[in-house]
Write a protein that binds this ligand. Sequence first.
Ligand SMILES: [Zn+2]
Length: 86
Amino acid sequence: MIDTINRNTLRYHVSHALFCPLCNTVLDVRSAVSVDLMKNGELKKTSIMCARCYDARAERLNTLAGQFGATIETLDGRTLYPRKKR
Ligand SMILES: [Zn+2]
């Protein structure tokens, strides 16, 4: 159930953004990552980006969030839509 909600939430964000705001490639829900900035249990900001941009920034995002007493929560299309084994 929670995976269904998470997949639909990620799909919603991808459908609104369409393009990765960092590299301008078309977003694919299977390889997009939504990044929620959480502080004191409240959602402060949600960003959507492609997996490549996320992977290049994940460590820095977590470090920056930690400096402000916040945390990062992600929905990663690569884990929500696993590739089928053949
Ligand atoms: Zn990107």
